[in-house]
Ligand binder design. Structure first.
Ligand code: WT7
Length: 637
């Protein structure tokens, strides 16, 4: 068997889960034995959730890139590690073998060092979905630098905030990106972002679109030139720097219910074991299969299931640069056919969007290579689940509904493809190592089946976040202080009569729009930056494609405003401060917001109105000014 820890049957799953609870340290040390270490651990787990402090594989030494690359050499030297499909189908796709990936990662590791990078430095990566993005990520890990990948759709302001928070000294970027029929500038965004980032000393720029870019002497250099210098020096490999198990591997920023996005920190050993274990078990990966995760590496899904999970399993991972609907809504199916994809992992929002084009774009495509389908990012609705099952899987592929979060590092609750049972709209059962509990408003555990509550975890798992960068107290208050001795996910959840879990959505002020997390406070702050806005309140409402849409209630100072023009203006402000993904779907101008006597906005009421449920507003006795609710109801969009 390729992976001795691959779960093979339902009974075996129950056995493994039981074992992982009864003796977690023995369970995880057995699995960890299957990785490459410079030195083994002295203790498998130390923890307390009150600080919180979580250490897995203490005193072990390793480098994750040796586990992702070197250990597959020479046995898989000529096997494809990365298949890359460009945005434009008329451009040739690329394949990097494990040997080629090794050479490129080593070469770019040397480039980073030549540009002053050292172990422990933070490096910001702001790139399109090209193989060089994966190469840059792995090169950071190779030299022990901490990568902070920022999704290419974020604005200069957002990139700047993230670079400053992590005090990055190097940025790796590209001239621009292709997305559908658009060409998006990246280097100009970095130039603008860096005005306020004195910590950055070097910017390495890959050429992708060929748009002209301005280069600052002494600070900016081209990827191609730097690589050429190293190649000409005859470098054939770069020694992987030995890392402590608990050294930081990466920072990934994510939004919460308050303040600016926080830098979720993952560490080397635990994250590696978790990404690998979950990849191999949830998708039931078999060597030789082609795995296609449609996420961007700017999100955690890309980190764990394009880069680290698959490569640490010696798998073939497919990277797609473009979007599902360009040149037409058959693009995913063309890719499946062209590269004989075996595992397809995508988001409900993508499924719903493709569903809206009907079955014409899919009917004449050869999807017979598909064996496993997966979804992630938000609750999947019954209709989308069945469409995926009928038209993509032809009722012949297990669908894994995988629940997890940026903070969890990898999949937490999911069926295992073909091994444990699926149930439409249910993530089903916890993976080995995972001990979910449901908690009521008073903080008590709700036992038994057929119940619902707030989803928490009562025991650490190897891939969990360790801190939020530069602010450990924020990590504690966000995740570990709501309920004593528990990790709080922020999600509401149902446990059915058979013990299957169904995640119902966020219970905090966080929206999930097309599988992306948007903090309402952060978005309100951005809207309030518009000079004409007095105050605003954001709520989510059901949206056919996005899952949740963004509804903004805005108080504007000016009586006679051109509403359409002002809406455009507000959208532009949001694009500038956060990025286009956070633009509201609906903006309603109001003369006031429903508030309590103490001045707190009653979002519950706004949510009801946005959802169209204007008759059932619940208890409104604490409202300061009931007339305002009537006005908002009347003018609802
Ligand atoms: C939030 C995490 C994990 C990668 C993508 C999103 C929601 C995620 C599911 C699912 C229902 C889901 C939760 C979670 N979510 N997967 N299978 N079913 N909801 O990562 O940005 O960290 O968001 O996404 O609400 O808390 P993220």
């Amino acid at each position: 068997m390729a992976y001795p820890y691959q779960i093979t049957s339902l009974e075996n799953y129950h056995y493994q889960h039981q074992k992982s609870i009864q003796n977690p340290e023995a369970f995880w040390s057995e699995i960890a034995e299957h990785f490459v270490w410079h030195q083994k651990w002295s203790k498998v787990l130390n923890w307390n959730f009150s600080e919180p402090k979580v250490e897995w594989f203490k005193d072990a030494k390793l480098n994750i890139t040796e586990n992702c690359i070197d250990r597959w050499l020479p046995s898989k030297a000529n096997d494809p590690a990365i298949i890359w499909e460009p945005n434009d189908p008329s451009e040739t796709s690329r394949t990097l073998t494990y040997q080629e990936l090794h050479n490129q990662v080593c070469c770019f590791a040397q480039v980073l060092v030549n540009n002053g990078a050292q172990k422990g430095d933070r490096i910001c990566i702001y790139m399109p979905m090209v193989p060089e993005l994966t190469i840059a990520v792995l090169a950071c890990a190779r030299i022990g630098a901490i990568h902070s990948v920022v999704f290419g759709g974020f604005s200069a302001q957002s990139v700047s905030d993230r670079i400053q928070d992590a005090q990055c000294n190097i940025v790796v970027t590209a001239d621009g990106a292709f997305r559908g029929n658009k060409t998006i500038p990246l280097k100009p965004v970095i130039d603008e972002a860096l005005i306020n980032c004195p910590s950055v000393k070097k910017v390495i720029v890959l050429t992708r679109t060929g748009q002209p870019v301005s280069m600052i002497e002494g600070r900016d250099c081209f990827w191609e030139n730097e690589m050429k210098k190293v190649e000409e020096s005859g470098l054939s490999s770069f020694p992987a720097v030995s890392m402590d198990a608990e050294d930081m591997l990466f920072i990934l920023y994510t939004s919460g219910s308050t303040g600016k996005p926080k830098g979720v920190v993952h560490t080397c050993a635990g994250y590696m074991v978790w990404a690998n274990y979950t990849f191999v078990n949830v998708f039931q990966y078999q060597p030789g299969q082609v795995h296609f995760c449609t996420a961007d590496i700017g999100w955690i899904t890309g980190h764990s299931y394009i880069v680290y999970g698959p490569l640490s399993a010696g798998a073939t991972t497919l990277m797609f640069e473009g979007i599902p609907t360009w040149p037409d809504a058959g693009r995913f199916w063309d890719i499946v056919e062209k590269h004989a994809v075996n595992i397809l992992y995508t988001a409900p929002t993508a499924i719903r969007s493709l569903m809206s084009f009907g079955t014409d774009p899919i009917n004449n495509k050869d999807l017979s290579s598909l064996q496993v389908l997966g979804t992630v990012g938000e609750p999947i609705n019954e209709e989308a689940w069945h469409w995926y099952d009928d038209h993509v899987g032809k009722n012949n592929c297990p669908i894994v509904d995988t629940w997890w979060q940026t903070e969890t590092g990898g999949i937490m609750i999911s069926n295992l493809a073909g091994v444990t049972k699926s149930k439409p709209c249910f993530a089903t059962l916890p993976l080995p190592g995972i001990q979910p509990v449901l908690i009521d408003e008073k903080g008590n555990e709700i036992e038994g089946n057929g119940v619902s509550g707030n989803l928490c975890m009562k025991f650490p798992w190897p891939g969990m976040l360790r801190t939020t960068y530069g602010d450990h107290e924020r990590c504690r208050t966000t995740y570990f202080s709501t309920y004593e001795n528990l990790y709080f996910t922020g999600d509401g959840c149902i446990r059915d009569e058979e013990g299957n879990y169904r995640i119902t959505g966020r219970v905090d002020d966080v929206l999930n729009v097309s599988g992306h997390r948007i903090g309402t406070a952060e978005l309100e702050n951005a809207i309030n930056m518009h000079s004409g806005v007095v105050e605003s309140a954001i709520v989510g409402y059901p949206h056919d494609i996005k899952g949740q849409g963004i509804y903004a209630f805005v108080i504007f100072n000016g009586i006679h405003i051109d509403e359409e023009h002002t809406k455009k203006d507000i959208n532009q402000t949001v694009s500038k401060i956060i990025g286009a993904i956070a633009k509201p779907d609906k903006i309603q101008f109001v003369s006031g917001l429903p508030k309590t006597r103490s001045g707190k906005i009653m979002r519950r009421i706004l949510r009801k109105i946005a959802e169209g449920d204007t008759e059932n507003l619940g208890d409104t006795t604490t409202l300061l000014d009931p007339a305002i609710v009537e006005e908002i109801k009347k003018n609802r969009i």
